[in-house]
Design a protein around this ligand. Structure first.
Ligand SMILES: Cc1cc2nc3c(=O)[nH]c(=O)nc-3n(C[C@H](O)[C@H](O)[C@H](O)COP(=O)(O)OP(=O)(O)OC[C@H]3O[C@@H](n4cnc5c(N)ncnc54)[C@H](O)[C@@H]3O)c2cc1C
Ligand SMILES: Cc1cc2nc3c(=O)[nH]c(=O)nc-3n(C[C@H](O)[C@H](O)[C@H](O)COP(=O)(O)O)c2cc1C
Length: 455
């Protein structure tokens, strides 16, 4: 009887929230006619930043060309358009990454569901939702990483759907393996050739030095976690905000990404990162994490480029955030929490995940302080390998408080998840699907109220 009552409540909640969540103003411009549209699908911001860069190039070309007709370009996220919008465009340039197990980034989930079939690898299943697009010329810049089985799968999926609808390729799909500059140059050459665009300046890497390094879980048998603080050497300070990613260049020329772990309210330019020492499956130390946590000293040069990411400061301070982080993912959570604490927010919900409560208590005082001053209305600390208490993972805290989750979402809350994709991202995602249902999760993703910085 109780179970039937509970499931009836869940159905009512889902229907109510679907209605409520859909109360969102229609997107401006979605039905306008455009010469050129730039469309991105991006999980951690790289594809969006590239699309913004190409938009600037179109704008610059237009300003230089005031006497001759120069096409106007508009930028859209993939979830802001539909195949019908494309029917009113002459040229569409897509910059899209592939995420998860060869699927589209989160915010494009509804587009995929409505226009590409349930799984993007079923590209031919475009259904009847696509009008004939014979007037459209397009190109796809597909971002990915060859370490994954389905390399650039979503870019190819989109390309096939556009072919299927009769659109004409300007040039074949260009695949970008981990932001390889050769592929990006190839795309830039095509833009120059077809649209006479000139490459704009990219953010420069700043030369930085180490200020402070501290082990956050000494005596722990688990992999060490470090807080690393640094600042730029030159006159220009590092500028960053919560949600940004610091790209660190290693001495061997490779790059590693780290989530910004602090909010620099005073503009001091001091950047903090939280870095887990990684050991590879063959037992050898991970190159970047060991270099930063053991080898660099005050005399070493560390080249850092800040990439704008999820722009977490745009989240309203009047609606709650549910922050979920585990291990090194506490970095992004810490930066966001510092920002919201400083902004005077009250009543957020924090869920942290670590292994052993005897040793792994990094940042404990900071979370406690945020509870004391009311920034956090709730804090659930989960430990997956603590001998004195039942093992618990971050998703267990969500499962234990479904009504709190729903209440906060009905008040407009956003969910922010930071940490490993396999350990944290997938389990939290599965849990949200089971508690809220796929339709609600998709709407949250489309409205960018379910934000994930997972790796
Ligand atoms: C957007 C983004 C944000 C990130 N933020 C952070 C952060 O804030 N803090 C942080 O510590 N790391 C973060 N990372 C991971 C980081 O970029 C590196 O991948 C990590 O430090 C390992 O690099 P390495 O050079 O030490 O190891 P490598 O020499 O590259 O060797 C890594 C090997 O170990 C495996 N591996 C990679 N990462 C892990 C891992 N986390 N756990 C277990 N095995 C792994 C890989 O399969 C690979 O074979 C982030 C990654 C991305 C993409
Ligand atoms: C959790 C995770 C899963 C990924 N899955 C794939 C994949 O299946 N195929 C692929 O080619 N690239 C994959 N990538 C690599 C991304 O596509 C690549 O890093 C891209 O540059 C990210 O662009 P974005 O910042 O715009 O999302 C994955 C990256 C992450 C962090």
């Amino acid at each position: 009887m109780e179970i039937a009552y509970a499931s009836a409540l869940t159905v009512i909640w889902t229907l109510a929230s679907l209605w409520w969540l859909r109360q969102r103003p229609a997107l401006a411009g979605a039905s306008e006619q455009h010469d050129i549209v730039l469309v991105y699908a991006s999980q951690s911001g790289t594809a969006r930043r590239l699309a913004e860069r190409y938009l600037q190039q179109f704008n610059a070309a237009r300003e230089l060309n005031t006497t001759v007709h120069s096409p106007a370009a508009r930028l859209y996220a993939l979830d802001e358009i539909s195949p019908q919008t494309l029917a009113g465009c002459k040229v569409a340039l897509f910059v899209v990454s592939t995420f998860g197990d060869g699927v589209a980034p989160d915010h494009a989930t509804a587009f995929v569901r409505d226009h590409l079939g349930r799984h993007p690898l079923n590209a031919s299943a475009t259904g009847n939702s696509w009008p004939e697009l014979s007037q459209l010329r397009y190109a796809v810049l597909a971002l990915g990483d060859r370490h994954y089985a389905n390399f650039c799968a979503f870019g190819h999926c989109l390309d096939q759907a556009l072919q299927h609808a009769g659109a004409t390729r300007l040039w074949p799909v260009i695949e970008v393996d981990r932001q390889a500059s050769s592929a990006l140059q190839q795309w830039q050459q095509q833009l120059q050739h077809q649209f006479q665009l000139v490459e704009n300046q990219t953010t420069t890497a700043l030369s930085c030095r180490l200020l402070h390094r501290e082990e956050l879980n000494p005596q722990s048998p688990n992999p060490s976690l470090y807080l690393v603080r640094m600042s730029a050497l030159g006159p220009a300070p590092l500028r960053f905000e919560p949600g940004d990613i610091a790209q660190v260049q290693l001495p061997n020329g490779e790059q590693r990404s780290y989530s910004v772990a602090n909010y620099d309210s005073q503009g001091s330019g001091q950047l903090e990162l939280i870095i887990r020492q990684v050991t590879r499956t063959d037992g050898t130390p991970g190159v970047g994490s060991h270099w930063l946590t053991e080898r660099v000293d005050g005399g070493s040069e560390i080249l850092i480029r800040i990439q704008s990411g999820l722009a977490l400061t745009r989240l309203s301070v009047h609606t709650p955030v549910i922050m979920i982080g585990a291990g090194s993912g506490l970095a992004g959570v810490r930066a966001l929490l510092q920002y919201r604490q400083q902004a005077g927010v009250q009543g957020d919900w924090l869920i942290t995940g670590e292994r052993d409560a005897r040793f792994d208590l990094p940042l404990w005082q900071q979370w406690q302080h945020a509870c004391d001053d009311g920034t956090l209305g709730h804090w659930d600390a989960c430990f997956s390998r603590s001998p004195e208490q039942p093992f618990s993972y971050v998703q267990d805290a969500l499962m234990a408080h479904p009504q709190r989750l729903r209440d906060l979402l009905m008040r407009g809350a956003c969910i922010y998840v930071c940490g490993s994709a396999a350990g944290l991202g997938e389990s939290v995602d599965a849990c949200l699907h089971s508690l809220l249902g796929p339709a609600v999760v998709t709407i949250l993703q489309t409205q960018q109220r379910y934000l994930r910085d997972i790796y």
